[in-house]
Write a protein that binds this ligand. Structure first.
Ligand code: ZN
Length: 445
């Protein structure tokens, strides 16, 4: 017999809840349908938990526990990124077909799998008349992929009601196979912080004019020089504490030659930093703030000199660096007063949630031991997330924010997120439901 959770996920993946930066482009009817289908699939949850609607389709459920002293928040989001026109999906992206023991479709991993696993765990516990030791809140955002404004409003609502969460679990990490070369065991990575996203615009104005009589050092040339200087001068690198801990925990499972470096990552931080920077762009991003020049514009015509040249720079700020420090670095490196630097968006890196026994009051330990119980072969460890999640807004009301999806994922699956061929194993989904269920059952009084 197929577990009913499979059909529940299929029904919800088939509703294409694509979010857009421009609210006018959102298909409201599709989101209405999703919210109605969620209620059809999880009737007990909707009957017994108190629902507050936030934003257009954000959902905030309150499950009263035996105590309201140390509430727990479980998060997910119901929107997905669009499917690119000619992306080579093997199976229809909104078909939710089952092939090779997996459910295929946009959102299976990001983030309807988590949403359905949380709801299925709660539904099963309600059916067994279970009451959690502490209040449990479910916060499901409707625009995580574009702005996260519904998560901001959920935080406001919780604050208004005086709810100070003990800890928060949102998407992010996973039970990752093939996570590190030479490490055979899957790694259960729990994000304890995330890099900050900041965007700048560089702009140079000039006279413009006819392309037959160019002056030297015009706007496009000045802009190009500024970009080249930024590319040549990265900010200083260093390995943050959670990454040291990640290497320390993986060390016993790593190839023998790498073990001493990994086990002593704290003491050998400078060596490890150089190794990460040298090993390629992915590992370098683990050690420093990154700058990517993404958009460029000059004159609209081939025979016209640009009167304005612009470049957009997307920056991911490393733990330890700040928006102010990054701006200072950019201005100093470009060293040209005619290049105007404007901040488009500014987000600091998130504070680090506790994970070591000295600072953890049991929240991380609870997540960690639940990982070990359901995934006994996995190495549970903290890590720094490179991408952003809705949970960053919850750091304002909670100092223990953890980013972890309890699903086994191969490297190919992780790469399919926001890309094509996204799919979640049926067994992985069922394990995920078990993980959330055990987490809720094990919340201490
Ligand atoms: Zn997501």
């Amino acid at each position: 017999m197929i577990d009913p959770v499979v059909a529940q996920l299929q029904a919800l993946v088939r509703i294409p809840t694509v979010s857009h930066r421009d609210p006018d482009l959102v298909d409201v009817a599709v989101f209405d349908e999703f919210v109605a289908e969620l209620e059809r699939q999880f009737p007990l949850l909707h009957e017994r938990l108190e629902l507050t609607r936030v934003d257009t389709h954000g959902l905030l459920f309150h499950w009263a526990g035996r105590s309201a002293e140390r509430p727990v928040v479980l998060m997910a989001h119901l929107d997905v990124v669009p499917v690119e026109e000619d992306a080579p999906w093997q199976h229809p992206p909104f078909g939710a077909e089952i092939h090779d023991g997996a459910i295929w479709g946009r959102g299976t991993l990001d983030d309807k799998g988590e949403l359905v696993a949380i709801c299925a765990a709660v539904e099963a516990l309600l059916d067994a008349d279970f009451r959690p030791a502490q209040d449990v809140w479910l916060s499901f955002g409707c625009n995580e992929e574009v702005s996260g404004s519904s998560a901001v409003l959920a935080v406001e609502e919780l604050r208004r009601r005086g709810v100070a969460p003990w800890f928060v679990v949102d998407e992010g990490g996973a039970i990752a196979a093939e996570a590190f070369p030479g490490v055979a065991a899957p790694v259960g990575v729990v994000g304890v912080t995330e890099k900050g996203i900041t965007s700048l615009e560089l702009r140079v104005d000039g006279r413009g004019g006819h392309a037959s009589t160019p002056a030297r050092n015009g706007p496009t040339v000045r802009l190009a020089k500024a970009i080249a200087r930024l590319d040549r001068s990265p900010m200083s690198a260093s390995v943050p504490d959670p990454t040291v801990e990640l290497f320390r925990r993986m060390a016993p499972h790593a190839p023998r030659a790498l073990r001493p470096l990994m086990a002593n990552a704290g003491r050998l931080r400078p060596v490890l930093t150089r190794a990460l920077v040298a090993a390629g762009p992915e590992t370098a991003a683990m050690a420093r703030t990154t700058f990517a020049v993404t958009t460029l514009s000059g004159s609209p015509a081939l025979n016209v000199i640009a009167s304005t040249a612009r470049a957009g720079v997307n920056i991911r700020i490393m733990i330890g660096d700040t928006v102010a420090g990054v701006l200072e670095h950019v201005r100093r490196t470009i060293d040209d007063e005619q290049v105007q630097v404007t901040v488009v968006e500014a987000n600091e890196p998130s504070p680090i949630s506790p994970y070591d026994p000295l600072h953890d009051d049991g929240a991380f330990a609870l997540i960690e031991s639940t990982i070990t119980e359901i995934f006994p072969d996995a190495i549970a460890t903290p890590y720094v997330m490179m991408a952003a999640t809705d949970s960053r807004f919850f750091t304002e009301i909670c100092s223990r924010v953890y980013r972890f999806a309890p699903f086994r994922m191969t490297k190919a699956q992780r790469e399919s997120i926001h890309s094509y061929d996204e799919h979640l194993g049926v067994d992985a989904l069922i394990d995920g439901v078990r993980w959330y269920r055990r987490l809720i059952e094990r919340i201490p009084a």
